[in-house]
Write a protein that binds this ligand. Structure first.
Ligand code: TUI
Length: 316
């Protein structure tokens, strides 16, 4: 059985699973592995310099013939240059995060790139639909990294009611139960981040993968609210220090303390003073597996649940 939706149609993919474009985490290797497994892999640009991202895109092209995409993190200062380069290189899809991509929509669409924007609210979803987004990814606050303030359970049905373009659910989805739940809410696909951190092909430091696997239900915390950019991370010494600065309302000190800390964790394995961005679903990640196995396992479980519930989405 195949879960075919307007999202699989839009992206030309087999399964309605988008791999979250996590900065310093979702490299060409992970993206290509997810695309080869029939979902769509997304390279996370984060604050990456233009030349590095170009290199990642070219490597992904060598590793897969399937559609893949790039996540553009709109807070990065050289975003204009990144957009121009992504258009020049040509990718199938762009997901955007941490801001409003209105400025870039026309040029991305004109280049034939599918644009899926992460939205934390109904208002932004409507605006994105009105300027031509191909789909919206509703991300609940269960997610890791930079988050909005609504939960997935509450955000997704409201988005489905508010827009006509496909809605993808993100935040807290790490197994087939999450996929089935997202479909029950009206989503036509899911975005999965944290579980793919523990894919074999994910190039983050093994000590970070170990922290994700070890995590229990209450092991993440939202820090940096006073900066206006709240971020969910696994609790550690850094998150405790930022928590104190948050209480003291010292956003500049938080920005200074946080600088470079995502790379420190993901690349160098600093699990004490690095920024361990991960979602609440870390508690549901139990092992390191090949990306293809993660995709198959999630889909098999989702399909079993959906047929048990008597809801089998029709083909096409
Ligand atoms: O972007 C993410 N997650 C991220 S980005 C990131 S790198 C970073 N590091 C430190 C501080 C900030 C970012 C780590 N994780 N997820 C998608 C997402 N987008 N979540 C929330 C939003 C969002 C928020 C506001 C999207 C649009 C938005 O619009 C505001 C507006 O301008 O209307």
């Amino acid at each position: 059985m195949a879960l075919r939706t307007r999202l699989t149609e839009l992206l030309g993919i087999e399964h309605p699973i988008i791999q979250g474009g996590m900065a310093w985490t979702a490299t060409a290797e992970l993206a290509a592995a997810v695309s080869n497994a029939g979902g769509i892999g997304i390279i996370g640009a984060g604050h990456m310099p233009t030349g590095n991202l170009r290199g990642e895109i070219r490597r992904a092209k060598e590793l897969t013939d399937k559609p893949f995409g790039v996540n553009l993190m709109l807070l990065t200062p050289h975003i204009d240059e990144l957009v121009a380069m992504v258009i020049e290189e040509g990718v199938h899809a762009v997901t955007t995060g941490a801001g409003n991509p209105a400025k870039y929509m026309t040029e991305l669409k004109a280049a034939g790139i599918k644009v899926l924007t992460v939205v934390p609210s109904v208002a932004l979803a409507k605006r994105m639909e009105s300027i031509g987004a191909d789909a919206v990814i509703g991300e609940g606050m269960e997610a890791g990294g930079h988050i909005g303030d609504l939960t997935t359970m509450v955000l997704i049905p409201q988005l489905v009611d508010a827009v006509s373009i496909p809605v993808v659910a993100a935040g807290g989805i790490a197994d087939g139960r999450g996929i089935a739940a997202a479909f029950a809410l009206g989503a036509e696909g899911v975005q999965v981040g944290t579980r793919f951190m523990c894919a074999e092909e994910c190039t983050i430091h093994p000590d970070v993968k170990a922290q994700v696997i070890k995590a229990k239900d209450r092991d993440t915390v939202v820090t940096g609210r006073s900066t206006g950019h709240p971020v969910r991370v696994l609790k550690n010494k850094l998150s405790r220090q930022i928590g104190v600065l948050d209480l003291e309302n010292k956003p500049e000190e938080i920005e200074a303390l946080g600088a470079g800390k995502l790379a420190a964790a993901m690349r160098h394995g600093d699990v004490t003073m690095g920024s361990l961005m991960a979602g609440q679903a870390a508690a549901m990640v139990c092992s390191i597996q090949p990306a293809a196995e993660i995709v198959t396992e999630m889909l098999t479980q989702a399909e079993a649940i959906m047929s048990r519930l008597g809801h089998i989405p029709s083909e096409g």
